[in-house]
Write a protein that binds this ligand. Structure first.
Ligand code: ZN
Length: 134
């Protein structure tokens, strides 16, 4: 069974979706697993994982912009750290995704990519990848 692999992800602004597909693909290759699933997990409370269109970078910008509209920076939150919007966005998007692996390849659709979602950057982040065989 392959070990957990850790990706270092650095965000350079408060809110950004970062395409990590190539790194996840490399982790799958390094695991040696040809049939199974890749479990991609964000161990942060103000970051998330999503699968979305990677061909047009405007899609990621639209998602970020829409989430900001849905969850304002200041809405009378109680949390004293002042980043409740980021916590709410992280919960809406979710902390993980699973992608099937077939023949050593991630079964992503033609336009799909895997994104780390930063909601309270800039920060140095980790994304964990567990490749499961079966
Ligand atoms: Zn907080």
């Amino acid at each position: 069974m392959a070990q957990i692999q850790t990706l270092a992800v650095k965000s350079d602004c408060r809110e950004v979706l970062i395409n990590i597909t190539r790194s996840v693909t490399n982790a799958v290759t390094a695991s040696g697993v040809t049939d199974g699933v890749a479990y991609v997990y964000c161990p942060h409370t103000t970051g998330a994982i999503t699968i979305q269109e990677a061909a047009d970078p405007d899609v990621a910008l639209d998602i970020s912009h829409t989430l900001t509209g849905l969850v304002p920076l200041d809405a009378g939150y109680r949390h004293a750290e002042g980043n409740s919007d980021a916590h709410v966005k992280a919960s809406l998007v979710g902390s993980s995704d699973m992608i099937p692996i077939d023949g050593g390849r991630l079964c992503l659709g033609t336009w799909q990519g895997i994104f780390f979602c930063e909601f309270d950057g800039p920060r140095n982040r980790k994304v964990l990848i567990k490749v499961l065989e079966g």
